[in-house]
Design a protein around this ligand. Structure first.
Ligand code: MN
Length: 259
């Protein structure tokens, strides 16, 4: 069975529909794995819920991995169900209103809670694991705490975990930290074709793209965002290792842009 891993949706419903249409042309029976952060920030969380439910009615295999925003929005959705007249003063007001107006609060809660039960997903038959944030490369996958796997993110000028990972736990596909293009970390021995880390958060909610990755074929498919481009995202620096990185910064930097 083919598997597509889909990056951070953040409530970008029309982009999800466009990407799924594109993926359906590749293989309408492929498994769809979502890397997390399904609903918050973007304009159409209700469309995301509707689309996922509709695909399940069609017997599509859909796997939801927990993002840090699933944990944030779960409490807000629960509160909105329990206290329907209370305003949400937080920046999640739009997400809650859109779900309530579409009468999808309960369905959204079910999807979010389902995702929260799955910190990582090992794709059957492939040495590939999907996580929202990543791992501690010193500890390795098995010893990295769940909270770290969901939410690890280097500060703007700090080194991202993936530059220190040696590939011992196989290919790790993540989202969570947006860049203009997918981040691709090649295997350190340089001979094997498949990378050891791929980050497919291409900032759809900030005007970037929504990206899917097929690990088996090491292939990206993406659609442009319909959201206004946010200035911090435009000016965002590309992820790059420090100059004294053991692997040699220049060749890693060239290859990471190849996606
Ligand atoms: Mn995230």
């Amino acid at each position: 069975m083919r598997t597509f891993v889909i990056g951070d949706l953040h409530g970008c419903g029309s982009e999800l529909i466009a990407l799924l249409n594109r993926l359906d042309r590749e293989d309408p029976t492929a498994r769809l794995v979502f890397v997390g952060d399904l609903l918050t920030k973007g304009p159409e969380p209700e469309v995301v819920v509707e689309e996922l439910l509709a695909r399940r009615v069609e017997q599509r295999e859909i796997v939801l991995v927990c993002g840090n925003h699933e944990i944030k929005i779960r409490k807000k959705i629960k509160r909105a169900i329990e206290r329907p007249l209370e305003e949400d003063e937080s920046n999640h007001q739009h997400t809650i209103d859109a779900l309530r107006d579409a009468d999808l609060l309960h369905e959204a809660l079910d999807l979010v809670e389902e995702a929260m039960c799955r910190v990582s997903y090992a794709i059957p038959g492939e040495r590939c694991t999907v996580i929202h944030g990543g791992i501690d490369p010193q500890l390795g996958f098995a010893l990295t705490p769940d909270a770290y796997k969901i939410s690890v993110k280097a500060e703007e000028d700090d080194r991202d975990w993936w530059w220190d990972y040696d590939g011992r736990d196989g290919l790790i596909v993540v989202g969570h930290k947006p860049f203009h293009k997918p981040v691709v970390v090649p295997h350190p021995d340089g001979r094997r074709s498949r990378p050891i880390v791929v980050n497919i958060d291409t900032g759809c909610a900030y005007g970037g793209r929504l990206t899917a990755y097929e690990p088996d074929r090491d292939r990206f498919l993406s659609v442009p965002s319909a959201q206004p481009t946010q200035s911090w995202f435009v000016n965002r620096k590309h992820s790059s290792p420090e100059m004294d990185a053991p692997r040699g910064a220049s060749d890693v930097q060239d290859q990471k842009l190849s996606g």
